[in-house]
Design a binder for this molecule. Structure first.
Ligand SMILES: *[C@@H]1O[C@H](CO)[C@@H](O)[C@H](O)[C@H]1NC(C)=O
Ligand SMILES: *[C@@H]1O[C@H](CO)[C@@H](O)[C@H](O)[C@H]1NC(C)=O
Ligand SMILES: *[C@@H]1O[C@H](CO)[C@@H](O)[C@H](O)[C@H]1NC(C)=O
Ligand SMILES: *[C@@H]1O[C@H](CO)[C@@H](O)[C@H](O)[C@H]1NC(C)=O
Ligand SMILES: *[C@@H]1O[C@H](CO)[C@@H](O)[C@H](O)[C@H]1NC(C)=O
Length: 289
């Protein structure tokens, strides 16, 4: 070991502090949104919204964008979403100037049963084709603990009948009791960096506007949360948050109780309202450097 290396080894703590999370939900069709802006404005996590499982185990990407159509992306154990989509999603992390280190898919259709080997192989194929890191659970209606826990464990499993080692994350807006139960069952006897459920993105807008990140952190047993706010938008203008307002919200919450980072719902509104990705990214970087 060279002297400099030795010195660094002695000075650095045995584990690095976790990098703050700066996230953006991708509501707009990823083939139509501004990839350059998304990958160079300071965000490190992108969450692709609108992934669902069909009754035959196929996985579908719901575009949520005028002029785009929904597309089956995995079927019969194979990725079938096409090259342009896989090239686009992989580029989020691989572009030379990108700051993105993690890409998640977000699903709001939960209660996924049955957990067949075919379903698992579809998730494995999708993970490989899109170079995915995690599956996000945005359940806002079903709240079934046992099927949720079983699905998350299947996704995380590296066995031949598993999803291929996905991390699992949640984005609650209400129902602390359900999420606490899911968290404790998924955490059982696991620690960082081996947690199956390793992130909590808390909706602090719309139905979750009254949420206090600190209270959720304690309810979830101390696991750090990532509060989300909704950018300026014309769908529920009253829920809109400018970049300056976002900065002051994040800063206030983080003073109250140290958080894991912050994030936004969503890129479609940023582009529709002609807002600046850079301003929203800077708000996060300044509070969570
Ligand atoms: C995408 O964002 C970049 C800034 O990161 C900007 O220069 C460019 O004009 C945007 N492209 C479009 C099509 O809006
Ligand atoms: C499904 O995959 C199997 C094995 O790879 C193959 O034999 C079968 O023809 C496929 N079925 C369909 C409908 O594509
Ligand atoms: C699956 O493998 C990955 C990568 O080796 C690892 O990080 C993860 O903890 C494994 N998952 C489980 C549930 O063992
Ligand atoms: C989940 O696991 C984390 C990390 O080990 C722990 O801090 C937290 O107390 C656990 N939460 C629950 C609800 O069990
Ligand atoms: C979207 O929300 C923002 C913030 O509340 C508001 O200022 C803006 O006027 C809204 N946009 C439209 C088109 O109503």
């Amino acid at each position: 070991m060279k002297p400099l290396n030795l010195l660094l080894t002695l000075l650095l703590p045995p584990f690095a502090l976790a990098t703050p999370i700066r996230s953006m939900f991708l509501f707009k069709d990823v083939l139509k949104s501004n990839t350059t802006a998304l990958t160079t404005s300071g965000f490190n996590t992108l969450m692709i919204f609108g992934i669902g499982v069909l009754s035959n185990g196929d996985i579908k990407y719901y575009s949520n964008t005028p002029g785009s159509s929904d597309v089956v992306i995995a079927s019969n154990g194979t990725y079938v979403g096409g090259d342009s989509l896989s090239t686009k999603v992989r580029s989020f992390k691989s572009l030379p100037s990108s700051t993105i280190t993690r890409v998640e898919i977000s699903m709001n259709s939960q209660h996924i049963t049955p957990l067949t080997p075919l379903l698992a192989s579809n998730f494995r194929a999708l993970k490989a084709a899109w170079s995915l890191d995690a599956v996000n659970n945005d359940d806002e209606s079903i709240y079934d603990v046992s099927s949720t826990v079983a699905f998350a464990k299947m996704l995380a499993s590296n066995s031949s009948s598993g999803g291929g080692g996905y991390r699992y994350t949640i984005s609650p807006y209400t129902n602390t009791r359900f999420w606490t139960s899911v968290t404790s069952q998924l955490n059982k006897s696991l620690k960082e960096p081996d947690l199956v459920m390793d992130r909590v993105y808390l909706q602090c807008y719309d139905g979750g506007a009254g949420n206090n990140p600190a209270s959720w952190q304690s309810a979830l047993g101390g696991i750090k949360v990532v509060p989300l706010v909704w950018v300026t938008n014309d769908s529920k203008p009253g829920q809109g948050t400018t970049a300056a307002q976002a900065r002051s919200k994040f800063s206030g919450w983080n003073k109250g109780s140290a958080l894991a980072g912050g994030g936004y719902w969503n890129d479609f509104d940023i582009e529709k309202m002609k807002l600046s990705y850079k301003d929203y990214g800077d708000a996060l970087t300044s509070v969570f450097p």
